[in-house]
Ligand binder design. Structure first.
Ligand SMILES: C[S@@+](CC[C@H](N)C(=O)[O-])C[C@H]1O[C@@H](n2cnc3c(N)ncnc32)[C@H](O)[C@@H]1O
Length: 281
């Protein structure tokens, strides 16, 4: 059975039954979506072909629609077993030193961003995503929680943000949706953005479990999940110059991978052979 068939036949009807559509649309009532996305959209941001050409989660148009943004949280709460907040907290609890400046890459609707901002109220918090629609949902969430977070429309591969300007750079659920060729590009950008001694934290599916339990990769319409499962984020972090790399599994199906930008050789990841986005001229 194809993964589309699995999802459509079994999971979609269950999720539909579990989700109270009226309740999840309520926070978005009264929002002029066009206006809100235009406030966040930066016209100079270029969308990578992989992002435009794939239907993540089976949603036509990928993440560039209001539908993708408003359905993301209601579905994700059931996907992050056993409890969405506990799973996201695994990343928050992996922070070793209170950071003064935090960047959450591929922040989506800002669920992890908001948790980090709550855990480190003194920190200057930034969330970055390629989808202005997802950022609209994130901004709304932060406003509800009265959290001051800067939302940036941008590409995690080439953010354009200043070098060494963060003490913690995080990414949750981004890498299983990233083509393998772009993984070192984003990791190098994380390394570049961190100040020496800064920490990189990545929450995502447990690669070793995904390798052993193949049907887990079949369930959702995720174009790069098999390549992600075959990889090893701790090795990838070490390969771009991070030190103290480690992956810890949580509840069998999640993992947090971490690395620290060394103080003694901070330039290694981008000296000479820095990997480039695949469609770069
Ligand atoms: C599965 S969602 C994860 C969202 C959020 N971090 C979370 O934990 O729920 C993946 C997000 O990554 C974003 N994304 C994918 N590729 C990106 C890139 N190159 N730069 C920035 N954001 C990207 C998508 O727009 C989407 O919001």
């Amino acid at each position: 059975m194809t993964r589309e068939a699995l999802f459509d036949r079994y999971l979609a009807p269950v999720l539909k039954a579990l989700i109270d559509e009226d309740a999840f649309l309520r926070p978005y009532r009264g929002i002029d979506w066009e206006q809100a996305t235009s406030e966040l959209r930066r016209p100079e941001v270029h969308y990578p072909p992989y992002y435009l050409e794939n239907n993540f989660h089976g949603i036509p148009g990928g993440y560039l629609s209001m539908r993708a943004a408003v359905t993301y949280d209601p579905i994700t709460q059931y996907v992050l077993w056993p409890n969405e907040t506990w799973v996201r907290d695994c990343l928050v609890k992996s922070v070793t030193r209170p950071p003064a400046r935090i960047l959450d890459l591929g922040c989506g609707t800002g669920s992890t961003t908001v948790l980090l901002a709550g855990a480190f109220p003194e920190a200057q918090m930034t969330g970055l995503d390629l989808s202005p629609d997802m950022l609209v949902a994130a901004r709304l969430k932060a406003r509800r929680e009265k959290l001051a977070i800067e939302w940036v429309h941008g590409d995690a591969r080439t953010t354009g943000l200043p070098e060494a300007s963060f003490d913690l750079v995080s990414a949750s659920l981004l890498f299983h949706e990233t083509p393998p060729a772009e993984v070192p590009v984003i990791l190098c950008e994380m390394h570049r953005l961190l100040a020496p001694g800064g920490q990189c934290l990545i929450l995502d599916g447990a690669q070793s479990t995904l390798r052993r339990v193949e049907w887990l990769s079949e369930i959702f319409e995720e174009p790069f999940i098999r390549a992600y499962a075959a990889g090893d984020l701790a090795n990838d972090l070490a390969a771009v110059g991070f030190g103290a790399v480690r992956t810890e599994e949580h509840w069998l199906i999640h993992q947090v991978s971490r690395g620290v930008k060394p103080i003694w050789r901070p330039g290694l990841a981008y000296a000479g052979t820095r990997p480039q986005p695949s469609e770069a001229p």
